[in-house]
Write a protein that binds this ligand. Sequence first.
Ligand code: NAP
Length: 496
Amino acid sequence: MTATTGSAISSLLREPALIRDAAFVDGDWIRQGGDGTFSVINPSTGTEIAQLPALSREQTATAIDAANRALTGWRARSGKDRSTILRRWFDLVTEHADDLAAIITLEEGKPLAEARAEVAYAASFLEWFAEEAKRIRGDIFDAPLASRRIVVLKEPVGVCAAITPWNFPAAMITRKAAPALAAGCTMVVKPASQTPLTALALAELGARAGIPAGVLNVVVGSAGTIGPELTTNPIVRKVTFTGSTEVGRQLMQESAATIKKVSMELGGNAPVIIFDDADLETAVAGVLAAKYRNTGESCIGANRVYVQAGIYDRFAAEYSSRTTQLVVGDGFGDGVTIGPLIDAAGVAKVDEHVRDAVSQGARITAGGQPSSVGDLFYEPTVLTGVTQTMLIAREETFGPITPLIRFTDEAEVIRMANDTDFGLASYLFTRDSERVWRVAAAIEAGMVGINTGLISNEVAPFGGIKQSGIGREGSVYGIEEYLEIKYLSWEGSRDH
Ligand code: NAP
């Protein structure tokens, strides 16, 4: 492994100082990790971008204490004050969008255009929850007793811990931090070890926006060290997590001892259903977007594509042809649409799914193997003749592979689509509006895309059912996850 030189990074960023090589605790940059250091690697090149301190459990507890000290002042501010700071943070993120996008592409590998889109998506939560901060409201009810009123207040949950994944290193943080801070909570964030630099740059911009010391802290280092402190420290009142179902389950178990609130955005196994009456071009474009965005490393990515028999061959031919036109390469390369996978384990899983499908009779109609571009690249691949029993239909693939499964009738495809422990996103393509209502009602998923492969935005409630999670992020519902209800039973309140 070689180190990416400072001058190479300087040429990519207008403000190279946004790449911070330290954790952010109580408004200070912590360069000394109690557990040594770790490297952040560019997955496209295998080169080292930065070395960061690995914080110890004690240092994590210090960050939690800082968030607790900051809580009193932050929650006491008006929603309007908090809104102004979040709005300034939005402005700064927007102003530095190109640099943030470059940092995302450096550490995560996604094509620069997609990184820019992620920054805009991440910023949209800052803007949205800056607005929502001003609209937190309770209720007043008539009580069963004539002399009394029931007053319902909404209060911040308190100190929150956020643990986030590498695939959307900016958006998965703002989707949590923005509603938390808007509600008056303080937060300790542990970003994925593969992509901590985006989180640290966001923290720097947050500090410039006026977020007070201790309100937003970013701890970096080993999940095995930091995680247990976040989930067991009694000061932390809520754990919000985005990542795999396996780790989410473990975090819920750990959080149970101190009865923390939890929000869980977990894995998916999204079905796409294309009916005979679908518009072919709409369906092809929709699945291309839902599958290959982020090189297939998306929790709402199309994982199983069910195509009705009457349109199957035409869809397979057109989709395979469009797949072969995708450009694999370093995310900074011109015209690149497919970046590297995040690590060797990601490549191995994708390859295992392809080999398993082929060994059981699936046919490759595009791609089908690791790409010659570099160690972590895989050719965008289409498999036809896939069946429900193959690994690729049962597990989240998290890579640029599209399995096409043939079906004949609606009842059969609904049964197959729901035959999974997951229930995050789903997609259907049809021009029959009665079918839309029927199938959308029958699908076990938190989100249904209808004639579109792109469903994420700040206005929509994002989240899953079954083993895909608990709670919703974004939308008017997102802030409720960071609010408690306090009820006042006020005797005599109607006497005057
Ligand atoms: P992951 O392995 O579960 O890791 C996610 C985060 O959890 C990382 O910060 C990781 O830290 C941390 N972590 C791992 N083990 C931990 C432990 N024992 N205690 C505390 N923290 C721990 O998931 P991933 O591979 O990064 O992300 C991919 C998964 O996320 C996929 O399943 C995808 O579907 C899901 N996802 C879901 C959504 C959604 O909104 N539903 C969105 C995006 C991704 P380290 O990096 O330090 O190991």
